[in-house]
Design a protein around this ligand. Structure first.
Ligand SMILES: C[S@@+](CC[C@H](N)C(=O)[O-])C[C@H]1O[C@@H](n2cnc3c(N)ncnc32)[C@H](O)[C@@H]1O
Length: 446
């Protein structure tokens, strides 16, 4: 693997301040000096607005590229292959690519899988420029046709008989023109890029906002609704931001980045190349369903065509919520801490807002166990699994996620297991609001 040219390295450092020392050509760090993640790592991406690629789409739950580079550096050698089973907005994948390392990432949400694919695809800036000009010309001569939005749930588009709607009629009409023009793009990679850009502005062009509690109407939304002009302006701005990164990083390394759209619990089984580092942050067992959070993008962009599609996607996501009924089982590997927690939850059953919460918590660790079993199979001898996890609390029972995962990991066969708290998160109102919950790093090795 060659080091990239100076100009490229400089650009990389501008955006990803923390680059492993070996990257600039230093000798490999001696084994004795190998670090674990020393300083509190950037497990959140709060200042990602100015970071290349991260700024394409606001993904609140992303970790920062600096966290990925710190995890890589903690290996003490240049890895050949990195995996992230919960890809999200693609932080691990794009960071690996920029550092010329092969990567495999899995993401269950088809819109997010497309966000990752668009980021790691080697699109030509010139081709994008030509398509953008064609797109604008086509948009100007395309009539609106709401039929292409017929599949949307009833609350999406304004009609006279509704009390609430996500998109005013004029925005919905304009969206139908955008969707028709995107459909007309012949090249799949370019088409995906345009779709991702449109996805990135949908919430800002709607009457709602989305946070950890789900979708909410903006205050005074009725008197302050978005317009089709706003959609045009936001699409243009967002397109230019993403285009700038494509142009700036056009000569980035061509390492192999596999983006698997699927369920990590099963999809990891198809990976055969040994992995040096598995770095990820799974959903936390806090009843937050990612399918709800990205529902507007999924429906409008056509990833969901009917309620069955929505149900299927919920079933494929980790059992970290109780939005749908599904089989719940406990992990096969023992964890004394999980048993105590499970018993405590059962005792508090009457206080829980959903009686399936104890079973869901058990099943959550069963899902994590499936993923860790595959990580154990794939991990090279000197490699590491580094995961960011968060605690939850139900009816005063704290789910100490890192401790439970550490116990399960030991019985799966990981010889070196360490956990470290990195930050305190505020619990949701449903979980008691005032409580602080720990976010931790779990580090595993053979
Ligand atoms: C905390 S986010 C990961 C964020 C990511 N580290 C980043 O920097 O963007 C967790 C992701 O896991 C995905 N997910 C949930 N269940 C999954 C499953 N069964 N297989 C793969 N991905 C899943 C969610 O859609 C979500 O994007």
């Amino acid at each position: 693997m060659r080091n990239p040219p100076e100009r490229y390295l400089q650009t990389l450092q501008e955006h990803f301040a923390q680059v492993p020392t070996w990257f600039s050509g230093d000798a490999t760090i001696p084994i004795a000096e190998r670090s674990t993640l020393r300083t509190a790592p950037l497990t959140t991406n709060q200042d990602g607005k100015g970071t290349a690629f991260q700024r394409w789409f606001h993904f609140k739950e992303a970790f920062s590229p600096a966290f990925v580079t710190a995890a890589i550096e903690s290996l003490g050698y240049r890895p050949k292959h990195i995996a992230d089973p919960f890809g999200g907005s693609g932080t691990s994948a794009i960071t690996s690519q920029l550092l010329a390392i092969d990567a495999t990432t899995v993401e269950v949400n088809p819109f997010l899988a497309d966000v990752i694919k668009s980021k790691v695809n080697h699109l030509s800036a010139e081709a994008l420029r030509c398509h953008a000009a064609e797109f604008q010309a086509r948009l100007a001569r395309t009539h609106n046709d709401l039929a292409c939005l017929n599949h949307l749930p009833p609350t999406f588009i304004e009609t006279k008989d509704k009390q609430r709607w996500i998109f005013p009629l004029q925005v919905a009409k304009r969206l139908s023109q955008y969707l028709t023009c995107i459909d007309a793009i012949g090249e799949p990679d370019i088409q995906r890029f345009f779709k991702v850009v449109l996805g990135a502005v949908l919430i800002d062009c709607s009457n709602v906002y989305v946070n950890g509690k789900g979708r909410r109407y903006r205050s005074s939304w009725k008197s302050n609704q978005p317009t089709s002009k706003m959609l045009d302006e936001m699409f243009g701005t967002r397109f230019n931001i993403a285009f700038e990164d494509i142009l700036h990083f056009e000569d980035r390394p061509r390492s192999r980045i596999d983006v698997i759209h699927g369920d990590a619990r099963t999809a990891l089984k198809q990976v055969t190349q040994p992995v040096d580092l598995v770095v990820f942050s799974p959903p936390y067992p806090n009843s937050f369903d990612y399918t709800d959070i990205y529902n507007v993008e999924l429906w409008v962009l056509g990833y969901l065509g009917c309620s069955q599609d929505n149900l299927r996607l919920r079933r494929d996501t980790l059992r970290s919520h109780v939005q749908i009924r599904r089989p719940y089982e406990m992990p096969h590997h023992p964890s004394a801490h999980l048993e105590t927690t499970f018993a405590a939850l059962h005792q508090q059953r009457d206080q829980l807002w959903d009686t399936n919460i104890p079973a869901m918590v058990g099943a959550y660790f069963c899902d994590i166990e499936m993923v860790l079993t595959q990580c154990h199979r794939l991990l090279v001898n000197r490699g590491k699994v580094i995961m960011v996890v968060g605690d939850s609390r139900y009816a005063n029972v704290r789910i100490e996620v890192a401790t439970i995962i550490a116990e399960i990991a030991k019985s799966i066969g990981f010889g070196a297991v360490a956990t470290r708290e990195v930050r305190q998160m505020r619990a949701s109102a449903q979980q008691g609001g005032r409580f602080q919950l720990a976010e931790s790093i779990v580090e595993l090795a053979h």
